[in-house]
Design a binder for this molecule. Structure first.
Ligand SMILES: [Zn+2]
Length: 183
């Protein structure tokens, strides 16, 4: 693959954050400071010891922005862009040139020491870079009934419609059944 200017792990973090809320099932796995710490442990940036309720509130607000961007990018790219730009500005996102293992790359971090601002800078800049390199229709919501999980399609052909293979499989089984029993 040509050198992508987005970090796929940051893209995954953005999607994982949005999907801590399952709107159809009404499940929310970002309701406590402990859950926020678990999320950060799994997806970085490294959480400091002293996460507070304020951090949780900020992380939940960020989740709302990220989900909104993922939901609307393919139909309202300008709206998604302004959400991204506002969020990046608020997180004081700052690109930084890094060098490691003989390779140079830019990483977007926050010009603050707030962990949620780093999370915002990382995830929002990753989504912005996907839109800039692959197009806004790579962001989407699962077409599976009763799912509505979000996804970002980084595949070559960009034809993803479902969040996971499980959802795609379930949908094809349902379509097959409905063809077999018309009406
Ligand atoms: Zn799904």
């Amino acid at each position: 693959m040509a050198d992508a200017c987005y970090s796929s792990s940051a893209v995954e973090t953005a999607v994982a954050l949005a999907n801590t809320l399952r709107p159809v099932k009404g499940e929310d796995s970002l309701q406590t400071v402990e859950q926020l710490r678990d999320f950060l442990d799994a997806h970085g940036p490294a959480a400091e010891a002293g996460l507070t309720r304020a951090d949780l509130t900020e992380a939940r607000a960020l989740r709302e922005t990220v989900r909104d961007v993922l939901e609307r990018a393919s139909t309202d790219a300008a709206g998604a862009a302004s959400l991204l730009n506002d969020g990046l500005r608020r997180s004081r996102a700052t690109p930084e040139l890094r060098h490691e293992n003989g390779r140079w790359w830019t990483e977007v971090t926050s010009d603050t020491d707030r962990v949620t601002a780093h999370l915002a800078a990382t995830t929002l800049s990753a989504l912005a870079a996907v839109i800039a390199t692959l197009g806004p229709d790579r962001l989407g919501v699962c077409a599976g009934l009763n799912c509505r999980a979000t996804f970002v399609d980084l595949s070559r052909n960009g034809s993803k419609q479902y969040c996971t293979r499980t959802c795609a499989h379930r949908a094809s089984v349902a379509a097959y059944r409905s063809r077999r029993s018309p009406g």
